[in-house]
Design a protein. Sequence first.
Length: 256
Amino acid sequence: MIILDELWYAKYVYDNKILDDKPSFTISLLCKYFIQVLNMSEMETVIAIDNFMKETYPNYIDSEWYTVILKNVKNANKYKLLEVESINITKQEIKTIQSLNNEVYEKIAFTILCLSKFQHIRNNTTEYWTDKNMSLSQLKKYANVSLNKDKLIDALHNLCSTDIIRIGYRTSNYNCNFVDEESEVVITITDDDIGMRDLGNQYLRYLHKGYFCKNCGKFVRKVKSKKLTKNNERVKKYCNKCKEDVRRLQKKAYYK
């Protein structure tokens, strides 16, 4: 999970007692927040995390989480809490991606571009590399592609043959060679929108090939329809399930 504005998010989850699906992520973030922002000592941080887990995690047993908590407390100053407003994608970068003329390759290239831009900001480096610890399954999830491992590796090698990306010599990270920060910004990725997830589908949304349900956040592929707007594009806000739920609520409110 990647959060751009970690400072805001850490305060938000702490104030609202929210535990992510992956508790270790929340623990890591809060340890940095307590030590870097609230200036707590390591012992105070351990106690604060313990109390937070008791309030948010059903059947929490402190002895089972002690090692995880202590490790994150010790590493709390390794990385400064991020305050990134957005990841910006430019017109020329999109043009380079579209030149691949293969939707799956385009989604992977777009994902690598976004992730490498994030790491560029996080690590304050001159080059654009993805996280060396990112697995193929994580890349697949970010890119929203359904390839098996072998086909994903083939796709990456084919992308490397175009010279727009290259694979690290000893690690499994990827270097993006087509970054163009000088071109016009056409996509802005923020925590307020979808954030650094579903990147492949965010690329398709930009191409008007689908949309994210306003209610549940599910990505929905667009289909051809005779009911078009004046711009020849059907306006949709909800997936089919949520659309029916919204209609039921509207009818219920109408007949009250």
